[in-house]
Structures are given as structure tokens and as C-alpha cells.
Design a protein around this ligand. Structure first.
Ligand code: 13P
Length: 256
């Protein structure tokens, strides 16, 4: 049985006060579900410590939206994994489509960040997903497979226990357009078969694959009801504690 995981990616939103109050609100709104669902929030870097304090001793975990792969040195503006650990972070996002397509991160850079995250002893959510023109050209599976194989290069089967894959079709992010549950299931099953080929079926079956892209309180249940959808990575709706908790509750509900 894979334990569902729901991430709240706050992106470049909140301020110091609202990050603190959102973390507190998420903690109390999600408390009844964290025994059977993993919940992680990803505040902006400057608010990590404050948000971490607000999460207190709850089961809601702290994540970082990015990290650099070098341990220290002259890398102006970058943040190391040791710094993030020092701030109480246990999850790091890599390969998010905004970093790939807005900030220009390559598959190779995503792989370095993924490996460095695992080597630092942290868990990693590796994001993959196709752009609209790629989907329309019938390249969804090819793009996901390329991003998976490149992102996981050098990652051992043992380290896969600390990897979560997030399938986030780029055309569904922040657009209000969600993949249909059937489309999400098809992509997730294909991703799982690539993992089985890269590792072995037991590793593929144990790896959580989240869906991300315009998940809301109103559509979470049908998406998370799919056999290969193990929770979600949430952007806009993670900024409202009540709606985020509704999404977490949908992940916590038993799959039929
Ligand atoms: P939205 O939920 O706002 O579409 O964002 C999804 C996402 O990018 C999460 O990482």
C-alpha cells in the first residue's frame, strides 16, 4: 500500500505574516488526516524557518521549492541542501515545470539537484510533464519518459524510497484546466512502467506518483481515486488552508 502524499507548493506567494498564519492553519485543518496521508508544504525560502516553527510538532512536513547541488562556495543567490536541512526541510522539489520552462533548467541540472538532494539524506519530489504542444503532437509519454530517465540517472533502487514523482502536465498548471482522471491514470501507469524498467516492478509499485495541475477541492476525489494516482502537488489551492485540507481529506479517503 502506498501512503498518499499531498504537497502545497506556495510558489512565490505569501509574506512573512501570511506564511506563518497559513502554516498554522494548514496544521490544524489537516491534523485529522496526517496519520494516513503525508502532507508537505513548500513556502518561499525566506519564510522556511518561520513556517517551520508554525508547523511546530505537527505531522505536516516542511519542503523547499528548489536547492542548488553544490555544497557551498561562490554561487551567488543559490541555497545549499545543508542550509535547507538546517532550516528543518525534509523534502525538495526538483524539475518543476516553472524551473524547467521559465528559468531554463535542463534535464542535466534537474538530475544533479535530484541526486544532491538524495545524497544529503533528504526526500525529493521529481516533477515531470509535457507542454501543450507536446501533448497535441502525441509526445506525452516520450517527454515524461525522457524527463524521468534523465532525472533519475545515477539514483539507486534504495534511494528510490525517498523519491516521489509528480506528474504535472504544463498546460494544466495554473490554468484551471485539469487532466481528466482517465488521462492522469494513463500517464501515471506509463510512468510506473518506466520505473519498472529502470529499476524493478517492486520499486515501481512502491513509488508514489502525485498528480499536479489545477487540483481543487472539487476535483481531487476523482483524480485521487485512480489506482496509480497517489495524491497531488497543489499550487493555487494550497494557499487556502480549508480547500487544501479538503484536498488532503480526498487523498486520505480509501480508494475504491
Ligand atoms: P496549480 O495547482 O496552481 O495549477 O499549480 C500546480 C503546481 O504547479 C504545483 O507544483
Amino acid at each position: 500500500m502506498r501512503i498518499p502524499i499531498v504537497g502545497g507548493n506556495w510558489k512565490m506567494n505569501t509574506n512573512r505574516a501570511s506564511a506563518r498564519s497559513l502554516a498554522q492553519a494548514v496544521t490544524s485543518a489537516c491534523s485529522s488526516h496526517t496519520h494516513n496521508t503525508q502532507v508537505v508544504v513548500f513556502p518561499p525560502f525566506p519564510y522556511l524557518v518561520e513556517a517551520g516553527v508554525a508547523l511546530g510538532g505537527s505531522n505536516v512536513m516542511l519542503g523547499a521549492q528548489d536547492a542548488y547541488f553544490e555544497p557551498d562556495g561562490a554561487f551567488t543567490g543559490e541555497v545549499s541542501l545543508a542550509m535547507l536541512k538546517d532550516c528543518g526541510v525534509s523534502f525538495v522539489l526538483t524539475g518543476h515545470s516553472e524551473r524547467r520552462h521559465v528559468l531554463g533548467e535542463s534535464d542535466d541540472l534537474v538530475n544533479r539537484k535530484t541526486r544532491a538532494t538524495l545524497d544529503a539524506g533528504l526526500s525529493c519530489i521529481l516533477c515531470v510533464g509535457e507542454k501543450l504542444e507536446e501533448r497535441e503532437a502525441g509526445q506525452t509519454d516520450t517527454v515524461n519518459e525522457r524527463q524521468l530517465r534523465a532525472g533519475l540517472r545515477g539514483v539507486s533502487a534504495d534511494q528510490m524510497a525517498r523519491i516521489v514523482i509528480a506528474y504535472e502536465p504544463v498546460w494544466a498548471i495554473g490554468t484551471g484546466k485539469t487532466a481528466t482522471p482517465a488521462d492522469a491514470q494513463t500517464a501515471h501507469a506509463r510512468i510506473r512502467s518506466v520505473l519498472a524498467d529502470l529499476y524493478r516492478p517492486a520499486v515501481a509499485n512502491a513509488t508514489r506518483i502525485q498528480y499536479g495541475g489545477s487540483v481543487k477541492g472539487s476535483n481531487a476525489s476523482e483524480l485521487f481515486g485512480q489506482p496509480d494516482v497517489d495524491g497531488g502537488l497543489i499550487g493555487g489551492a494550497s494557499l487556502k488552508a480549508d480547500e487544501f485540507a479538503q484536498i488532503v481529506a480526498a487523498a486520505a479517503a480509501p480508494r475504491s
